[in-house]
Design a protein around this ligand. Structure first.
Ligand code: AMP
Length: 589
């Protein structure tokens, strides 16, 4: 298929702000795509060339791409630099530069999707000595035969900024509509949740139809999408729903999915990124702790003070980015313990459809407790008094609270439901609990804040409609350094208009693609006519707002926008707060 046909669809997708229209455009594109290009088109639409967990990424440095543009167009550095300042999007720079290029290409065969994909793949795989030069050559070659519109998307791909705003679940919708019926959508979603690979789902659908999806199984070294929890306010409510339940300590750290075989160990984050290199101590621990030949174990990695044995703040692990020597230093200074809470595969056997009790037994059989890895602390009960005592123990041990799990629950990949319920300490006080909100825009700063942002526009996630709805402006809690770095930090997320999945009555000075999640503490939740979160749920013509929000300093890099606090959770929190304060709904502006 010609790449220009894909670009036609991308331009239309980019221009729409309606999710349904976006899905229809995608369906049109998928229908026109020949089978051999389908997987490639799906990955390109996701803005990548392989599923996340493979860790094969583009993300070329902007400077390098600018050099290639100069070379490929014959325009001078200064002109490319000016365009970059003006547009702030290298894709647009490429489009304009190619349109203005000095010499026309000798060869005028149209670019094919396969050629674009293969070149991008080759660029991503280049490494080692001389790789920079080879990458430059490959990109020059592509741009040499690209039209201006094609160049825009090629360049956006290589810098890792596709800007289409298509969520993975929109692609799931489109795949179901193209290759199956609406009623089959849950099967398509399930295949994605188990494989974390939309390209594979597309390939199977196109070649074998919906029935082929049953052959997509949990596989070692391919992460499964994480099961998520709901929250409830009281232990009584939890027991009402679950009856006798397993209560586990809720550790405050980083979720890790460990895939283990005798020859190989890989660790994945909640976002399915490969984080093996960040936790050498877990890899060592797993090597001796896992008895079976192969296993997939999930747990929470918590930094522990080696001197006192006490848990340390989560931030100590979230900083584990830098070089290998730096990671090794940190793994000695603040080693983590992996508190394992689930076992999804043992030997060759997929356990996800087995009840919790069986998986727990498997977990305890698989993991030898050591300093680096141990099973989570658990108590099975239906007695509120016992549960309260266990909750106090968890807090004393430095945990956030408890996670209740239904004894008969299967592992529902990618799902959030009442099979797992979190119960955290902060529920006793009105909004002393923190919430996680998504940054969707910003207002320009004035006075002391001129040149940076005065406030960020924050949204909660509406998981029913799959959109982000505003709930507050956030301007406090940032130190000067963070504050002045904000425009640069959000450069890649800037959009010219409201992104498709954002619902806002406020018009910020800049819009951002919903991506970054910040932890926020607020004084209370109020009914507000200017925010769209939970619109009309508590009062007609009003949504919910967070009053006096403050950034806690914690960038929730471990959470994607869909993991943010949901509108439904805010409605529930509002209800609890009202019960506690027994006040009339407060109004805010
Ligand atoms: P939250 O991030 O507040 O939505 O809480 C859910 C997270 O708690 C999970 O994604 C895990 O990372 C973490 N967690 C800590 N302890 C447990 C546990 N025992 N079982 C399941 N999840 C846990």
């Amino acid at each position: 298929m010609k790449f220009s046909e894909v670009v036609d669809a991308y331009e239309k997708i980019e221009a729409t702000t309606k999710r349904l229209e976006m899905t229809e455009l995608l369906v049109g594109l998928l229908r026109r795509t020949p089978r051999e290009d389908l997987e490639k088109v799906v990955y390109l639409t996701q803005g990548r060339i392989h599923p996340d967990y493979e860790g094969i990424e583009l993300g070329l440095a902007e400077k390098m791409v600018m050099r290639v543009l100069t070379h490929a167009t014959g325009l001078d550095d200064a002109r490319i630099g000016r365009l970059w300042k003006e547009k702030g999007d290298l894709g647009l720079v490429a489009q304009e530069a190619i349109a203005a290029r000095r010499q026309r290409p000798l060869e005028s065969t149209p670019l094919t999707t396969a050629k674009v994909y293969e070149h991008l793949d080759a660029i991503a795989r280049e490494s080692g000595e001389g790789s920079q030069e080879r990458k430059i050559r490959l990109l020059s070659d592509l741009l040499g035969s690209a039209t201006p519109r094609e160049a825009k998307y090629v360049v956006r791909m290589v810098v890792g900024q596709m800007r289409l705003g298509v969520a993975d679940m929109t692609i799931v919708d489109a795949l179901a509509a193209t290759f199956a019926t609406k009623a089959d959508r849950p099967r398509v979603e399930r295949a994605y949740n188990v494989s974390s690979d939309l390209g594979e789902v597309a390939r199977v659908l196109a070649s074998k139809g919906v029935d082929g999806l049953k052959d997509i199984h949990l596989k070692l070294f391919r992460p499964i999408r994480a099961m998520l929890a709901e929250r409830l306010e009281t232990l009584e409510e939890i027991f009402e729903r679950m009856g006798k339940a397993a209560l586990e300590y809720k550790y405050d750290g980083l979720r890790v999915q460990a895939h283990v075989s005798p020859k190989r160990i890989e660790l994945f984050s909640r976002h399915l990124e490969n984080i093996t290199g960040q936790f050498p101590e877990i890899v060592d621990g797993l090597r001796s702790a896992i008895k079976d030949r192969a296993a997939i174990v999930e747990g929470e990695a918590v930094p522990v003070d080696p001197n006192t044995g006490e848990f340390l703040p989560f931030q100590e692990v979230s900083r584990r980015r830098g070089r290998k020597t730096e990671v090794e230093r940190m793994s000695k200074e603040f080693p983590v313990t992996l508190f394992a809470f689930d076992c999804l595969l043992r030997s060759e056997e997929d356990l996800t459809a087995r009840p919790y009790t069986e998986r727990r037994k498997a977990l305890e059989g698989v993991v030898h407790a050591s300093d680096e890895i141990r099973p989570s602390t658990v108590r099975v009960t239906d007695d509120v008094k016992q549960a309260e005592a266990f909750f106090d123990e968890a807090l004393q041990a430095g945990c956030e609270g408890l996670m209740a799990k239904a004894l008969d629950s299967t592992y529902d990949a990618g799902g959030r439901g009442y099979q797992w319920i979190k119960f955290k300490k902060e529920y006793s006080a009105a909004l002393s609990d923190t919430i996680d909100l998504v940054v969707i825009g910003a207002f320009a700063g004035r006075g002391k804040r001129a040149g940076t942002y005065g406030a960020l526009l924050m949204a909660a996630y509406d998981d029913v409609a799959d959109v982000f709805r505003t709930t507050c402006k956030l301007g406090t809690g940032f130190d000067d350094e963070t504050l002045y770095a904000l425009p640069d930090r959000f450069k890649g997320e800037r959009r010219d208009r409201r992104p498709a999945r954002v619902d806002s009555k406020l018009e910020p000075d800049v819009w951002f693609e919903p991506k970054t999640v910040l932890e926020v503490r607020g004084a209370e939740i109020t009914v507000s006519p200017i925010h769209t979160c939970a619109w009309g749920v508590l009062r007609p013509g009003a949504g919910l707002a967070i009053r006096f929000p403050r950034f806690t300093g914690r960038w929730r890099d471990d959470k994607g926008p869909e993991d943010a606090t949901t509108a439904k959770e805010l409605v529930e929190m509002y209800g609890r707060q009202l019960k506690q304060t027994k006040k009339e709904p407060a109004s805010s502006r």
